[in-house]
Write a new protein. Structure first.
Length: 169
């Protein structure tokens, strides 16, 4: 995995600053394929992955980003009808279901999870922060006096982050 040689404009919209993304290239052979490639209805057409945060450049001091792992679910190429050409980019952003087009998948994750943080706004009984990642984050909210949460995430965001809101309530 390495830094991409370019900045991505769509990340500017998401994070409010220009971001140089990380990228990883994986070669998948297609030696037994037919007109739909090596994709098989009953085959293993997915790749699970996660990010790990390494602290202080010490390999043994690492934190796995989340559970469940992220997923690349390769869609049946016979169902591809030019969707990427229509949207004007090869990037398949924040989705688990992707198409391999001309042997290439450009899956973009803009939801890198980090530490949970929140703070109380001065003179108000309102707390602001990112979304809780683990049960103990919800416990911290409760211990701080938080009694309600306004969740602004889309259902797609929650699904990709593995957030189970019913479990957190």
């Amino acid at each position: 995995m390495h830094r991409a040689p370019r900045k991505e404009g769509w990340l500017l919209q998401k994070y409010g600053q220009e971001v140089i993304p990380w990228e990883c290239k994986i070669k998948i052979d297609n030696k037994d394929g037919d007109n739909c490639g090596q994709w098989k209805i009953d085959g293993n057409n997915k790749i699970s992955y996660c990010f790990k945060k390494v602290s202080s450049n010490i390999y043994n001091n690492q934190h796995r980003e989340r559970e469940p792992a992220r997923l690349v679910q390769i869609s049946n190429p016979c169902n591809y009808r030019g969707q990427l050409g229509t949207q004007g980019t090869t990037q398949q952003r924040n989705t688990d279901h992707v198409f391999a087009v001309n042997g290439f998948i450009d899956k973009c994750d803009g939801n890198i999870l980090s530490d949970f943080y929140f703070e109380k706004l001065a003179n108000y009984n309102i707390f602001m922060g990112n979304y809780p990642l683990y049960d103990f984050d919800v416990q911290r909210l409760s211990e701080s006096g938080v009694t309600a949460v306004l969740d602004l995430q889309l259902s797609q965001d929650k699904a990709q982050r593995g957030v189970n809101m019913d479990k957190m309530i």
